[in-house]
Design a protein around this ligand. Sequence first.
Ligand SMILES: Cc1cc2nc3c(=O)[nH]c(=O)nc-3n(C[C@H](O)[C@H](O)[C@H](O)COP(=O)(O)OP(=O)(O)OC[C@H]3O[C@@H](n4cnc5c(N)ncnc54)[C@H](O)[C@@H]3O)c2cc1C
Length: 495
Amino acid sequence: MTVPESGLPEDAFDALCTVLGQAHVHTGRDDRLGRAGGLSYLDLLRHRGFGEPAVPDAVVAPGDPDEVLRVVEVCAAHDVGIVPFGGGTSVVGGVAALRGDKAAVVVVDLYRLDRLVSVDPVSRLAVFQAGVTGPEAERLLAAHGLTLGHVPQSFERATIGGFAATRSSGQASAGYGRFEDMVEGVRIATPRGDWRLGAAPASAAGPDLRQLVVGSEGAFGVVTEVTVRVRELPTIRRYEGFVLDGWDAGVTAVRTLAQRRVLADVTRLSDPYETDVAFAMSGGWKTALVRRYLRLRKVHEPCLLVLGWEATSKEELAARRHATLRALAGSRPVSLGTPAGESWRHGRFAGPRQRDALLDKGVCVETLETAAYWARLGELRTAVRDALVGSLSAPGRTPVVACHISHAYETGASLYFTVLVPRDADDPETQWRRAKAAACAAIGPLGTITHHHAVGVDHAPYLAAEIGTLGVDVLASVKRTLDPDGVCNPGKLLG
Ligand SMILES: Cc1cc2nc3c(=O)[nH]c(=O)nc-3n(C[C@H](O)[C@H](O)[C@H](O)COP(=O)(O)OP(=O)(O)OC[C@H]3O[C@@H](n4cnc5c(N)ncnc54)[C@H](O)[C@@H]3O)c2cc1C
């Protein structure tokens, strides 16, 4: 790949070296190429020669929040763009090193901000530096008998700062909440200075400004520390699989659990297509037996429901499981027992690891997500499915479009689509862009453009339709206040 030379002005380079030392200011080709984009299908294509990745002019690695602030000040003074980089797992172009109207752009890689700053076991609070990854956060908390319980599928690489910046949602969101529910305080380095928020468990001191920072995607500054609420480390868990007959029955079951407030910590309902893929991937005689058993039980359209409970005692787990299963009984679930639940738990990070292998085989593989109120959820799934199938079907090309609910609320739920289709060998980028645009158009009147992947570059054109032009103006004026010269993550969130 051709990587352009670094265009970082010499005086900016020198100033960054003064702050960080030359060892932490990287302008080499590999360092810059390694931070050129995230992990969307389009990102992966770019690294295979389809389209040009946006390569930063430098990668800097500050060692603490004060150094981050000084980096931000240097970049603002030299009119250099800043892209905060956590795990780099963005799937919406959030870490693309776009220049906007700046002559150069620097990636601020937060991997050295890797500390658990403090733990308050009485209030059940923990302060993390922004670069701590999911597994590391859990390891550090486990030493105190505590857990965060935030486990998105990108858990292994994604960071505390990235979770906060994108309003991430983990697989156990039904039990532990979305990441924004966990955030008690934030510290952010902006071109206007250091800003700390979060003083008490609840406050009526005006609008909750923490929520301006949560989801700001680097457009207002670099989050350097996050105070999160933590819970007692579970000592026991139970994951089980069930099958319901048909999507509508499955949705009714999950809605019932949500509205009776008896959701399991992990509650994940696959549609018939995703269930079929799951069965096909398991293969073997056991799956054949399961399929036969379900036919005998007169299940015509199997929809897999995985339920997982985590607790600190057998009694607590038994009571919660009992309450969930009692509410589920009316939906006539067929139990597949703990092997089906444990099999999902065991492989829960494995799917995305197959994307490169699938790309090698000429497959277009991507996911997208949305959410809607229960009353519109069925219509939304059909509309998005039809849009994707319609856009991607061609002679000899039949897409697989699978869907699941993995985040449920009293008023609605998320829908997560996985798409697999033979790749257009000549122009794979346009093939996916068209399908994504069709899906976004279908989502428009019914749901949100993103339930947890965030806005980044890819969803920015749809933001105004969701929050109104007034909403965009409000965000833009906040950005002008915090980042008057527009150096923070050019092109993201507000486009
Ligand atoms: C395989 C896979 C599975 C995924 N599964 C889930 C899932 O289950 N749930 C979910 O919510 N998301 C998921 N995602 C999306 C992504 O992992 C999340 O958005 C995650 O929160 C990003 O964290 P990160 O540390 O990798 O951030 P990055 O990708 O590095 O950055 C994401 C955005 O946040 C900004 N940012 C990062 N750190 C900071 C900071 N300290 N201060 C200010 N801005 C910052 C970046 O500039 C960028 O705009 C998945 C992604 C992949 C590739």
